[in-house]
Ligand binder design. Sequence first.
Ligand code: SF4
Length: 351
Amino acid sequence: MTRHGLAGQSATREEALQVLDSSNDELLSVIAAAGKIRRHFFGNRVRLNYLVNLKSGMCPEDCSYCSQRLGSQAEIMKYSWADPRAVHAAVEAGIGGGARRVCLVASGHGPSDREVNRVNRMVREIKDQHPDVEVCVCLGFVDDEKAASIKQAGADAYNHNANTARSHYGEICSTHSYDDRMNTLEALRRAGLSPCSGIIAGMGETDEELVDVITDLRAHHVDSVPVNFLLPFDGTPLEGASDQLTPQRCLRILAMVRFIHPDAEVRASAGREMHIRTLQPLALEVANSIFLGDYLTSEGAAGAADLAMIRDAGFVPEGLGSLVQLDAASPIDQAVPIRHRGIGSELPANV
Ligand code: SF4
């Protein structure tokens, strides 16, 4: 499987299922094998992506995992189109923090012509000011005409996640279909936008369904694959779900995605903090991309903590240049903390 991966060839369905079915005892071997492929195509670089939520909540669609869905009681921030000055400030913060791809996202079924024009203006402004930064747009369903317009404005990529397998899709959404999503992916490709599409694991899907959707995304020639792990928001139908996920299971899922998409950007995305937890540095051995900072409606890790994790694990942020001082917060620059608690003190021990 590793040999095929190094040659850019996908794992078979059976091989991918074996990866998901492997034991914890085999986990480090699986990660090492997937890591060889990751380093072959991406070296020790980690791409940092930054999400800018242009429009939050109030979506007419009913994706059951989504805090912005129709009828969601999740106590998220809800707002219509953000003020361009706020967008500008968010974009600058993300780029200043080290992001080399900015993702402009808006909730909803899909954009009107006017909304496409609005976002196109933002794309042009970012590309004018930061020509080396990639811009990804995520506005829901688009047809050929809208995709072409977004491409013409200078966007590099468009995100439209598959989220789950065709056979599981009816369980998580009733207002649109899996094929609707695939049709948009095809429109993006025809327009020359780099297609970005991934999954949310932990929604009650089977191993076969995980492999099916990841394999189907390969057939749709996606360039980047965000792998999200369900954030079970209170106030959504999947509140409290996701007990399928352990740190080890998440790492096996990332490895499976790498074996099927050897040369694509694999992104450890939302939910990594909650579900991979202290094993996140191992995720970098397989995934070559993460989001920096917060997600659309939930908080992520502190940017400085993620940069420290990248450095400590021996990786470097892609295209970092001199914008971010990676060593600024290094714990080795700090004095050894002297114990003043437990035996010999009046304070309780550290447990
Ligand atoms: S279409 Fe997007 S924003 Fe709307 S409910 Fe589904 S995932 Fe959430």
